[in-house]
Ligand binder design. Structure first.
Ligand SMILES: [Zn+2]
Length: 161
């Protein structure tokens, strides 16, 4: 069995835990023609395995830009810093949307480095697509805070509200 083999059940759980959207640009599967990809947070080329804790969901665009990288330069400081970890870190603590909703703004060193490497604020095709999503009322997502753990099912009930 190849070491990058991912059982269908694991893939299903990862897609569900990621709420069927890219961990970086938050593009949801329902708006992306291409199938979102299971990505290795630590790439196989750098020794990452295909166990569930190392897997998350990425759109093909983000996955291609991320390639085998685990760090990138923070454009504000020039320091090489770890990329945003979509599985363990909260998106809204590292990023926000621009006022027009089409660009991701990095808030932290890792956030800024990830925006730069993955072109989350300047990929021309992505900007056009997001602009149309904004016009349609589909974007930006407003539920970034509601990260569900895989165990919490479909989130029925909101304790503490
Ligand atoms: Zn993406």
């Amino acid at each position: 069995m190849p070491r990058d083999y991912i059982p269908a059940e694991v893939e299903r759980r990862v897609r569900q835990a990621a709420r069927h959207r890219c961990g970086y640009c938050l593009s949801p599967q329902r708006l992306v023609m291409a199938r979102l990809e299971i990505e290795h947070i630590i790439p196989a080329a750098k020794g990452g395995d295909s166990s569930e804790p190392n897997l998350w969901l990425s759109c093909p665009l983000c996955n291609r830009f991320k390639a085998d990288r685990t760090s990138a330069r923070d454009p504000d400081t020039g320091t090489e810093v770890p990329l945003f970890n979509a599985r363990t870190q909260r998106w809204s603590e590292h990023f926000r949307w621009s006022k027009d909703g089409i660009r991701v703004i990095g808030l932290t060193p890792s956030g800024r480095a990830t925006v730069a490497l993955l072109h989350l604020a300047d990929d021309p095709d992505a900007l056009i697509v997001r602009a149309h999503w904004v016009l349609a009322g589909w974007h930006p997502p407003t539920d970034d805070e509601q990260r569900l753990s895989p165990e919490s099912g479909n989130g029925a009930g909101s304790p503490g509200v």
